[in-house]
Design a protein around this ligand. Structure first.
Ligand code: ADE
Length: 244
């Protein structure tokens, strides 16, 4: 997969490029990330990328021209144009399901803005998929772009060491994850639940499913009534994931 990012702060992405999963996926040749600086496409002496809103009001608005020019050049770099994605709090909520869909694409083009917002003609003419990572306002689209890169990269086949862990994860089964334990059996008087030490696979699966249901009911009851949770009762999601 190729992910292009159009941003005013390419340097902000240096950290994520070095983070384990993204780094590993790039080294394995599963992922290529190409950063483009929108400001390189500004045409005036001040290298302006934003301007005051028509009609007045606070803040600045991202101008059409630098974004259109940047996008046109980026798209022309490959035969596959890719899916245009605009990061904005006005967008459709980004979910695990959507991450799974995006992970199937050959190419994503993420447009991260700053300032008060985008000139509406960017939406009208470029028709991007608009995505929000949550109901809060960040000072730019860089962090949302990194969230999407991380969530999508770990779903690329071969990016994670153990593919079954994706299946078992929270949201993949529309239930929150069951409690996990590792060595030692007792830590500061806190014991690992007996059933997990029993080696009885059916009991372990039942316990995990029950724990996941209880945890979901307590913390995220909305997930239990969501329309897309038809998989939630799928027992196989709770099977012992040890390699035999
Ligand atoms: N830009 C600013 N806030 C955002 C959010 N919550 N999601 C996506 N893009 C944003």
């Amino acid at each position: 997969m190729r992910i292009d990012v159009l941003t005013l702060f390419p340097e902000a992405f240096e950290s994520i490029l070095k983070v384990s999963i993204v780094q590993r996926a790039r080294q394995k040749g599963l992922l290529r990330i190409v950063l483009s600086n929108i400001r390189d496409f500004a045409r005036d002496n001040y290298r302006s990328v934003d301007d005051k809103p028509y009609g007045g009001g606070p803040g600045m608005v991202m101008m059409c021209q630098p974004i259109f020019d940047c996008l046109e050049q980026v798209e022309a770099a490959e035969a596959t144009k890719g899916r245009r994605i605009l990061l904005t709090p006005q967008g459709q909520p980004f979910t695990q399901e959507l991450a799974g869909e995006l992970a199937q694409d050959e190419r994503l083009i993420l447009i991260a803005g700053r300032y008060e917002g985008f000139d509406e003609r960017i939406r009208i003419a470029l028709k991007p998929l608009e995505l929000s990572i949550g109901d809060y306002v960040l000072s730019g689209g860089e962090i949302p772009a990194m969230v999407i890169i991380d969530a999508v990269t770990r779903l690329l086949p071969g990016a994670l060491g153990d593919e079954t862990s994706i299946e078992q994860e929270s949201f993949a089964a529309s239930l929150l994850e069951y409690p996990q334990y590792t060595r030692p059996e007792v830590f500061r008087d806190l014991r690992v639940p007996e059933v997990l030490l029993s080696g009885h696979h059916a009991n372990i699966r039942d316990w995990r499913l029950q724990q996941a249901r209880e945890r979901t009911a307590q913390r995220r009851p909305d997930l239990l009534t969501a329309p897309s949770n038809s998989k939630q009762e799928k027992q196989s999601d709770f099977q012992d994931n040890r390699k035999s």
